[in-house]
Structure formats: C-alpha cells, structure tokens
Design a protein. Structure first.
Length: 534
C-alpha cells in the first residue's frame, strides 16, 4: 500500500479486513501504529500549517488556541471541562464562517448548526452513535437584539455543557404517562457571530476576535471537496494520536501567571494537549493563554464592576475616607468616556441609581459628615470588601461575571448528576465512597495548588503587596506553585514540572496506573473514529 491513506481507507482496508494475515492488513496495521506513535509536536505543526492556508488570524496566539482546541476535541472523555471556541467580529466578512468550515474538516463528527432549535441540539448532542462537535454559526441571531424566546434555554445548555457529566432534563410522554429523561449536554462547541457573547458564555470561551483581511493578507479559497480531501489524512492522524493520550497524561498542567479559576478551567485541556505534544507547544500554549486571558479582561464589564473601579479611583486618588453622595455623583457624571452621564435620559447618574448599582455588593449609603456638611454618603471602609473581591490589584476591572447563578441548578433545564462508577481522568482512576460529581472533586489542587502552598499576598492598609519575578525582578501576578517566575522567564521544557498533587477529600483509592481501564476506551475510540468516515 503506497501513499497517505485517510480514515475511510483504514476502515475499508483494515478494520473490516477478513484476512488479518494478508499483506494489506499488515500494512494498514503498521500505518495505524505509526500514526499512534507519531511526533505530537510535528502533528500540531501540520494542523497549524493547514489552518494557516485558509484562515487569517488576528495573531499567532489565536492560531495556537485553534490548533489545540481541535486536538482536544478528539478525546472529550479525558477532560473535566471543554472550552467554547468563539470566532467573533464587529462586522460581517471577517472570516468567522470560513474558520468554522475549515474546523469542521478536522474535528470528530462535525455538526453544523444555524438557527437550530434547542430540542434538536439536545437530541443531537445525546446521539447514541457518538457525541458531535457542535459548530454554531450566526450565534448573534440567538443572543442579539432580535433573540428568540428560546435563547435562555440554549444559553443554559451551552453553559452547562462545558462541564463533563451535565445533562439536559426533559420529560417525554410514553402512553398515558409522563417520564423524565436525562440527556448528556457535554460536548465540544465552536461558535461564530457578530459583536459579543453573553458574559456567562464568554467566560467559558477562548475568544478569537476576527477582523477583515487587509489587501496584503492572503488566504486560499476554501472549496469543501478539495479542502476536506486534503484534511482527511490530518484528521486521521489526530484520531490516532489522541487515542494514545490516556497513557501519556500523568499530571495536571502548570498554569501561567494570571490564569486561574474559570480561566484555568478554560485552558486546562488545551495546555494538557500542548504538554504532551512537546516541542515548543507547551511554551507557545502558555504564551497564548496569558495573552488571550489578559485580552478578555479589556472587554466591556458590568456596570457594577465599572462603578466599583471608578469609586476606588475617586477615594484613593483623592485620599478620601468618606464622601457625600452628591459629591460622588458629580464626580461620576464628569468622567469622560464613562457611561454615568447618560443615565436618566442624559441627566446623569443620581443617588437612586448609585444605591441600586451598589446594593448587590452589600454597599449602602449612610449618614456622613464632610467638614461642615452632613448628609447621606459612602465610606471607603464599606467599599473595601467589594474592591478586594471584584477588582485586581492593578486597578483594572476584570471582565468576568459577578454573582452569576450556577447554570446547573434550580430553575435550569440542565442538571448535574453523579456516578458511582470509577472515573478515568488524566491517567488516574478515582473511586469515592460517595460517587464522583460531574464537576470533579479534585478541583482544589488541579492547577498546581497544594495544601502546603503559601497564600497569595493580600491587600493591607498600606496598599497591595506586589510580588516580583525571581528571575527578572519585575512585578508579577501571584499564583501559588508557579515557582515565583513569569512564564516567559522559566526555561522551556516539553513537560513542565507538576505542582503538588494530593488526593481529593473523600477519595478511598487512587490508582496511579490506569492502563487496564484505559485500554478498552482507547481501542474503542480508534474503531469508532475510523467508522465515522463511512
């Protein structure tokens, strides 16, 4: 057998071959084995080169994220959470739909959706023949100004489906009875649309801000028949390499500075793929994570967080410990490029607006004296707690939702389930006496933290204690377990040193070797993915 063969070729010539001893079968078996033991870094390089032919990215970091997301979609059973990949732009004609089309050629079981109903998507995600990779174009028609009534149901499915184990709860009529049923909601999702996403989806996403090509930026035209034929060998190589990931993954990835909490959930699977591909991918992945997380914090924030930031500037820069409400509103309405002067039909933000915006943060006005004047006002001591909780040390408001309801809980069409079966996760089989929740009970240490790690510096009355890098001595974001250095100051290694790892509370047994439990799923995946080409 000569040349490069696709998944369809392997299926036709190898998987169903009636004579295991003949020459064709031996050749196909050798080819399959070669792809399973191929150089992961070279494979990702080839995927990047393929994407770069057809998609014009805003930068290298976005291209790296696209490649890693594509690879992670081939082993969804390994991750606790899957990031949404969102191609967004301010104007049409920016290459968003093209990016989804090219992505479809390399992901498993691609499912294109435009203006799809929620019941349809729920049934397709729960397809017993295999979980699809959902590619939802024109998402702005769902969450934009002309959103349909079902947009909140879709938001709930997309929010909860990024965590393994979440299900969509529905009722069905069987004869004269109504029976509840639970359908899996977990799947990989890529989105494309205009403007922006709801906060709850955006913070679960790697956002690629697409833009129109300049005249000097070139991309090959995408013709589905030719493009899919060129992508087939790459897709089969991804399937084969992904089948070997369970035996390679033995530790959680080390997160770069500033990537924590929800952002760490978003990037964990992508960094794991990069670590086990090796080469320069671990370094490039962490650079991409740092840059894209920082960029996500520059987009629009809630009015409440913006207000907290402006109030902190007012109190700290003026050295005030208390201010009358009238002084606060006068200052806010005088700020240029701030939304406050537009309140009340252009009359500006007033005392009632201020009270309403601050109430969710536990802040209310009280009687204060400012020199000879007395009246209702605000104290810096009352604002100190929300400042510490919702504003980072550098004073810039972060772009993450505050006080958002759990998308998997009361009032949601999506519920969380537990299982008493052993879980296979990143090379570990974890068995608990109470069952393992879909969220994962090891969350406290999965990003390099351990009980012995020192806590991050806290803000005192003298100001924030700013940590510095041990290599360049520049300021850095505190992150326990990172060695006290910037990610760019650390030596590049194909496998970063793992942080402290401790079994989660309630775990009775942790089997460090999961090869027996993983062998069958890996073999099943290879067979299933090969059959997809039929």
């Amino acid at each position: 057998m000569s040349g490069t063969h696709t998944g369809q070729d392997l299926d036709a010539f190898g998987y169903d071959a009636p004579a295991p001893g003949d020459a064709t079968h031996r050749a196909v078996t050798h080819l399959r084995s070669t792809w399973q033991h191929q150089d992961g870094a070279a494979l990702l390089d080839d995927v990047e080169a393929f994407y770069n032919r057809f998609v014009v990215y805003p930068g290298e970091h976005e291209r790296v994220a696209h490649v890693l997301w594509t690879a992670h979609a081939h082993r969804m059973d390994l991750w606790d959470s899957t990031p949404r990949l969102a191609f967004m732009s301010p104007e049409p004609g920016s290459g968003k739909s093209r990016a989804l089309e090219v992505t479809a050629a390399l992901v498993p079981r691609p499912l294109h959706a435009v203006n799809a109903t929620v019941p349809y998507l729920i049934r397709k995600i729960a397809d017993p023949d295999g979980t699809p990779t959902l590619l939802y174009d024109e998402i702005d028609t769902v969450f934009g100004p002309k959103a349909r009534d079902a947009s909140e149901d879709l938001r709930g499915v997309l929010n909860a489906g990024h965590r393994r184990g979440a299900v969509s709860g529905r009722c069905r009529i069987v004869g004269k009875t109504v029976e509840p049923e639970e359908l899996p909601a977990y799947c990989a999702v890529a989105l494309a649309g205009l403007h922006d996403l709801p906060d709850t989806i955006r913070t679960r996403s790697v956002v690629v801000r697409m833009r129109r090509r300049r005249p000097d930026e070139r991309a090959e035209p995408w013709r589905a028949r030719d493009g899919e034929a060129a992508a087939a060998p790459l897709r089969t190589r991804l399937e084969a390499w992904a089948a070997t990931l369970p035996e390679r993954i033995t530790r959680w990835p080390t997160m770069p500075d500033g990537v924590e909490d929800r952002d760490a959930d978003v990037w964990e699977a992508l960094l794991t793929v990069a670590d086990h591909a090796g080469g320069n991918w671990p370094h490039r992945a962490r650079q991409a994570a740092t840059a894209l997380v920082a960029a996500s914090r520059t987009v629009a924030v809630t009015s409440g967080v913006r207000l907290l930031a402006d109030l902190r500037d007012l109190f700290t820069q003026g050295g005030h410990d208390k201010l009358l409400t009238t002084d606060v509103t006068d200052h806010l309405n005088a700020l240029e490029e701030a939304p406050w002067s537009a309140y009340s039909n252009g009359k500006g933000v007033g005392p009632r607006d201020l009270a309403r915006l601050l109430a969710p943060y536990g802040v209310s006005s009280r009687s204060v004296r400012d020199g000879e004047r007395t009246g209702k006002g605000y104290r810096a001591t009352d604002l100190a707690d929300p400042w510490a909780r919702y504003l980072p040390e550098d004073g810039r408001p972060p772009a993450r939702e505050t006080g958002a309801a759990d998308p998997v809980g009361p009032g949601s069409s999506v519920t969380r389930v537990t299982t008493s079966q052993p879980r296979v996760r990143a090379g570990l089989v974890v068995v608990t006496g109470e069952g393992v929740t879909a969220q994962g009970s090891h969350r406290h240490n999965r990003h390099g933290r351990g009980p012995g790690d020192a806590p991050a510096p806290t803000t005192t009355h003298d100001g924030p204690a700013v940590p510095v890098c041990r290599v360049c001595h520049g300021p850095r974001t505190p992150y326990p377990g990172d060695g006290g250095t910037h990610p760019t100051c650390r030596p590049v290694a194909p496998h970063p040193a793992p942080g402290h790892h401790h079994p989660p509370t309630g775990v009775e047994h942790v089997f460090e070797s999961a090869a027996p439990a993983l062998a069958a799923p890996a073999a099943t995946l290879v067979a299933d993915t090969e059959q997809e080409g039929r």
